[in-house]
Design a binder for this molecule. Sequence first.
Ligand code: ACO
Length: 428
Amino acid sequence: MSEFAKLSLPNGKEINLNIKKATIGQDVIDISPLFKETGMFTFDPGFLSTASCESKITYIDGDKGILNHGGYSIEDLAKKAEYLEVAYLLLNRDLPNFEQYQKFCQNIKNNMLVHEQISILFRGFPRKAHPMAIMVGAVASLSAFYHESMDVASPQGRMDVVYKIIAKMPTLAAMAYKYSIGEPIIYPQDNLGFAENFLHMLFAKPTSSHKVSSTLARAMEMIFVLHADHEQNASTSTVRLAGSSGANPFACIGAGISSLWGPAHGGANEEVIEMLQEINSFERIPEFIKRAKDKNDPFRLMGFGHRVYKNYDPRASVLKKACDEVLGELGIKDPLLDIAIELEKIALNDDYFVSRKLFPNVDFYSGIIYKALGIPTNLFTVIFAIARSAGWISQWKEMIEDPAFKIGRPRQLYTGENKRDFVEIKNR
Ligand code: ACO
């Protein structure tokens, strides 16, 4: 039986709004007929209470610290699944069987090379450019290479886009890195796993053979899994909104990368390391905690807080444990990890952070692992972008395949000037 929410307006009019049921988690009040029925919009800056779409891909319970893809917990996936298995899961809402997985991996491998012309594009960027700036341009530029041949109206055409995006992201990221350090580009290899291939393209040189350590490859695979999707966050919503106009999907992923770059989103991992390096000693932690609490100081504890998680971010728990394991296996002792643990301990016992439910998020520990793996700081967010490409393109595909999908077009509350007469410049 349908349930309704009753809305009473100041003019005495009452309307019933249908309540749509979630499988788990929050039901929603369907306000789509509101404007037609009342002539009013709703107002929700930052989308604190607004579901922008219906999705079957990822479920988050921020209060309980739960993150599931297609019903599978992130803890299980991080421990047991490869990144491409999770990508398949996001795209198909089911894990692949052996044959399906072999075929999926082969399709990814077949698409890892990028058009040689793209390496010329790289030469136009300054060597010192941030790799995220290069990624925004390079990934969006794929639209120039695959616009005419692309057929997003057919299921096969959409899968072709999916394979190209997931496969070419690590290649472009490694090219951006090699370009920035002035080394020759290393091509992807068919005989390597997804994460292994990326690390090989980053660290191999044409002059010698390079074997990626299995510890590093496993850690990178897990990092990719942990970042693969996170439902309707800023970058994913950006991809959906850009794609809702029917824009070229490669250009839409470029828009998603731009959104991810910000320090309030994926850019935080880089800033966490910079913050820990600036803190540098246990003695200085109270000074930074004080600054984070000071409303006149724009400083925030980077890697703390989350729009959705008001309990521990489950990805941060997995990463914290992985951090200990990876550093242990590699025999690395990183003083930044000690500072991070102490900072977390102090913040979690401070009423300011406790009362606002500010816990470490995924970015708090990822930077320390990246550092241990020898990844330069300015590549941290790029790695996030590689991983998130599976989520972005799955969400884009889900939207395109929804028969009810419409161009995204939010409304506004106008509070500017009313109509007035134009005044000639000499009279102003
Ligand atoms: N340090 C200090 N205070 C904080 C922090 C922080 N990191 N995060 C939030 N607060 C405070 C705010 O000042 C605010 O206090 P008030 O109620 O007294 O005004 C309260 O907590 C709520 O903060 P909002 O900004 O309203 O929370 P919102 O949900 O909009 O923001 C966000 C979430 C952007 C992640 C925020 O916590 C933040 O800036 N964190 C630091 C950056 C970061 O780590 N980003 C990565 C996010 S995870 C990801 O994208 C992968």
